[in-house]
Design a protein around this ligand. Structure first.
Ligand SMILES: N[C@@H](CCC[C@H](N)C(=O)O)C(=O)O
Length: 291
């Protein structure tokens, strides 16, 4: 394992969905909501779609806490998990190709599929089973599942389909996708009164039985170029509706992810991750997180 300096960070992206990784044992400050928003801010900090914090686990090989740029904690993140797995593998914290990671949204199994110069490139994560029960997602709907239920957001009606893949998602099927539309209505769907923990939002267009195009509005982050858990959510909803087969390519603004949904709705996600940079958080930035 490489010896890392205090406040060492790595910034990595999965299809343009970028995360800063920190080791909880290696930082000299408290990762408060203020600290998270400051570090993730592109003007005052490094700029990121979130922070991944390495923590101990006594149930898995390693533990992960996931934070959105608004400082809220997410139960799971698909790109976040692949990015975190690359970090622990590349920096010698985990030395095997298959290992388990504990998140707030469950324990997942990760496999390093492909390496380049001994660094992880393609990673598969078994994301667990999709949950369609309204109350477990959670939503406030009284129907057992939220399948094509019409709700109003900012004066417009949307037919929503909800699912949890460890974190909550709301999928809207569309004939045409518009970035302006998801940016305009995403915040209202995210914060809709029927979603007590807020929700991640996807507008999705089925291209054929193996391809779906998706735009994403993330809880606590806003519009992002890609999302792993959103891809899993969309694939599960489309599979349940009988619109796609078992193997689905999800096309997003930042690139594509391969998702497999088995007959019991167990989800497997495979995709690339790339490190952007690494360094030491400046004392001046850390001082700023306490202001
Ligand atoms: N970008 C992520 C999702 C991150 C968490 C999400 N914003 C939430 O609050 O649930 C992904 O790739 O899955």
């Amino acid at each position: 394992m490489k010896q890392m300096n205090k406040n060492f960070f790595v910034k990595t992206h999965g299809l343009g969905n970028e995360y800063i990784v920190l080791d909880g044992k290696n930082i000299t400050f408290e990762l408060t909501q203020k600290a998270i928003t400051r570090i993730c801010n592109v003007n005052f900090g490094i700029g990121s779609d979130g922070i991944l914090l390495l923590v101990d686990s006594n149930r898995a090989d390693i533990g992960l806490q996931i934070f959105n740029p608004d400082g809220s904690e997410a139960e799971k993140s698909g790109n976040g998990l692949r990015i975190f797995c690359k970090y622990v593998f590349d920096y010698g914290i985990i030395t095997k190709n298959e290992f388990t990671v504990e998140t707030k949204g469950g324990i997942v199994k990760a496999t390093i599929e492909e390496t380049v110069n001994n660094k992880a490139k393609i990673i598969t994560v078994d994301m667990g089973q999709a949950i369609f029960k309204s109350d477990l997602i959670p939503t406030k709907f009284e129907t057992p599942e939220v399948d094509n239920v019409t709700i109003e957001a900012n004066g417009k009606s949307f037919d929503v389909n909800c699912v949890s893949v460890g974190n909550p998602h709301c999928v809207v099927l569309k004939e045409d996708l518009s970035i302006d539309e998801i940016k305009k209505f995403g915040p209202f769907l995210e914060n809709h009164e029927m979603f007590p923990n807020r929700i991640n939002v996807q507008f999705a267009k089925v291209i054929n039985r193996n391809e779906v195009e998706v735009l994403i509005w993330e809880r606590g982050a806003g519009f992002t170029l890609a999302s792993g858990s959103s891809s899993c959510a969309v694939a599960s909803v489309m599979k349940k509706k009988g619109l796609v087969d078992e193997n689905i390519t999800i096309k997003m603004q930042g690139g594509t992810l391969k998702i497999k949904v088995d007959p019991d709705f167990n989800i497997r996600m495979t995709g690339e991750v790339r490190e952007i940079c690494s360094g030491i958080l400046s004392e001046e930035l850390i001082e700023d997180t306490n202001l």
